[in-house]
Design a binder for this molecule. Structure first.
Ligand SMILES: Nc1ncnc2c1ncn2[C@@H]1O[C@H](COP(=O)(O)OP(=O)(O)O)[C@@H](O)[C@H]1O
Ligand SMILES: [Mg+2]
Length: 510
């Protein structure tokens, strides 16, 4: 057996799969793509997470497109965090150009065009399905985290949540939260001190400032109703294709804190909503996080530990998470160690640091008698990548420099009118477009304050009267009693909903 034959046998055995699999492309040996050595990823191991890395323009986004298309075809829904806004083309059929035909001939994969069902999601005012959550659902732990509070400040936030909980006051949006802070600083000061202890105004002052900062980052668009139901990510269309849900995050690039907290909350929500799956034949949902370095940038040690924990736990729910980033060193080692699939596009060696990192990256791959890994890492062409996956038994597959197949759908973005067309047809856009502002802490406290004032006025008037009548002064009820009564009056009409985001505090306290 010559070297070529030996390599082909290694790839074909290493990537053999009994169950269904995703066909990525053809293996490359000595810079030549081969027609009879296909690189395939078993669906069964997709909940083991992965990394797609490589310098800008090397083909990462197209690789996600290739993966998403086949997932969708298998009826597996996808959630793509699209930071650059260059993923929407998957909704339309591609066009067979000569460079695609050539590529597919080399790797011996027939080319066909196809389009896939898409929902466009948005965290901001961009058109699409509005993704929102209430502050109550976020819970005190995550909400404090997003505000970057210290322990003392977090303690005060916990009291505020408790107070609202005890009084059945929903905290829906930032307006609610600010109102409660104002209330406990002023009218409600005695009431709070009596039941929950003294709260320093300098601490609430800091919290208030941080909330205003968050508002400036666009937080007020995210917090509120109606909250997004995770089950809406799991849809299959009438042809049995999984929906590709594209969350357009073009405006969040400069807000890493918002992004990382949002990601963590979303993962926690998905974790909580999904039933335990055990060892399934295919994943329930695959999540791609583009520009993943943004989550890890500026993230505290605790936040990183929490992401690590949730990534570990979510596997058993049949959810696969794929981090996409330029440099694999962007991903913390604790998370890197949990990733089963690695698709490494070309890295560029400009500086001594680059060369050092390439060497380190190469050392993290299984050894191969066919490749000098660090040399391959710098010489891969566009749309080529070094791949290692897990086979169905969970054993790492041999290293395969791979020429990837081309996407079946459009490699360019949708036009504005195509985007509109998708949104106009979407049931979800309608479902989530309503701006509900139901009675919550803001309105309830306003009413309560008005009640206190009315009560005080009445009392004053009565006192005046009785003073005049009898000239003996009578003691009125204490403010706390008055507040207590009006609380009862106001609060019997609303229901307080503690949402799923609260689960985080439970998981993460462990
Ligand atoms: N699998 C592929 N098949 C065909 N062309 C590709 C493939 N991957 C990348 N390309 C080409 O390279 C360009 C850049 O790819 P892209 O995925 O946007 O890079 P990245 O996300 O790494 O910046 C694409 O516009 C396309 O022309
Ligand atoms: Mg990209």
């Amino acid at each position: 057996m010559n070297r070529n034959e030996k390599f082909i046998e290694e790839i074909n055995q290493g990537y053999a799969s009994k169950g269904a699999s995703i066909l990525l492309g053809g293996a490359i040996l000595d810079k030549t793509p081969l027609a009879d050595a296909h690189v395939k990823i078993p669906l069964k191991t997709l909940n083991r997470h992965g990394l797609i890395a490589g310098a800008t323009g090397t083909g990462k986004t197209k690789t996600i497109q290739v993966l998403s298309e086949q997932l969708s075809s298998f009826g597996i829904p996808v959630l793509m965090m699209d930071i650059k806004g260059d993923f929407s083309g998957i909704a339309k059929e591609g066009e067979e150009k000569s460079f695609i035909t050539e590529r597919h001939q080399k790797i011996n994969i027939p080319y066909q065009t196809a389009s896939f069902p898409v929902e466009l999601l948005s965290l901001s005012e961009q058109s699409g399905v509005r993704l929102r959550a209430t502050i109550s659902e976020f819970g005190p732990v995550l909400f404090s985290r997003i505000l970057d509070l210290n322990d003392t400040q977090t303690g005060v936030v916990a009291i505020i949540f408790k107070y609202c909980d005890d009084n059945k006051m929903p905290l829906l949006d930032l307006k609610d939260f600010k109102k409660v802070i104002n209330y406990i600083n002023e009218e409600g000061k005695e009431e709070i001190t009596e039941s929950y202890g003294k709260i320093s105004t300098s601490t609430t002052g800091i919290i208030l400032r941080k909330i205003i900062e968050l508002e400036q980052q666009g937080g007020e668009l995210f917090f509120g109703e109606m909250s997004f139901d995770i089950n809406d990510l799991m849809r299959i269309d009438e042809n049995g294709k999984g929906y590709v849900n594209i969350l357009r995050l073009t405006d969040i690039q400069d807000k890493p804190k918002l992004f990382s907290t949002f990601m963590l909350s979303l993962l926690a929500e998905v974790y909580q909503q999904m039933p335990e799956k055990g060892d399934a034949e295919q994943p329930e949902l695959v999540i791609f996080i583009d520009e993943a370095h943004l989550i890890f940038k500026e993230a505290s040690k605790t936040l990183l530990e929490q992401i690590e924990t949730i990534v570990k736990l979510i596997r058993s729910k049949g959810i696969g998470i794929y981090f996409i980033t330029q440099n694999p060193m962007d991903v913390p080692s604790g998370i890197l160690a949990q990733l089963g699939l690695k698709i490494q596009h070309a890295l560029r060696a400009f500086t001594a640091k680059d060369r050092q990192e390439i060497k380190q990256t190469a050392d993290n791959y299984p050894t191969s008698e066919f490749y000098n890994t660090s040399e391959v890492l710098t010489s891969l062409g566009i749309g080529e990548a070094l791949v290692t996956a897990l086979n169905e038994k969970g054993i790492p597959t041999p290293l395969a420099a791979t020429m990837l197949r081309a996407p079946m759908s459009r490699m360019d973005v949708l036009t504005e009118s195509e985007i509109q067309e998708i949104n106009n047809k979407s049931k979800l856009v309608k479902k989530y477009s309503e701006n509900i502002d139901r009675e919550s802490a803001y309105e309830m406290l306003n009413k309560k304050i008005a009640d206190i004032e009315a009560e005080n006025n009445k009392k004053e008037a009565e006192q005046q009267e009785s003073k005049q009548a009898r000239t003996t002064q009578r003691q009125g009820p204490s403010t706390t009693e008055v507040v207590g009564k009006s609380v009862l009056k106001v609060l019997t009409s609303t229901t307080f909903i503690r949402g799923a985001f609260g689960i985080l505090s439970k998981i993460l306290k462990k």
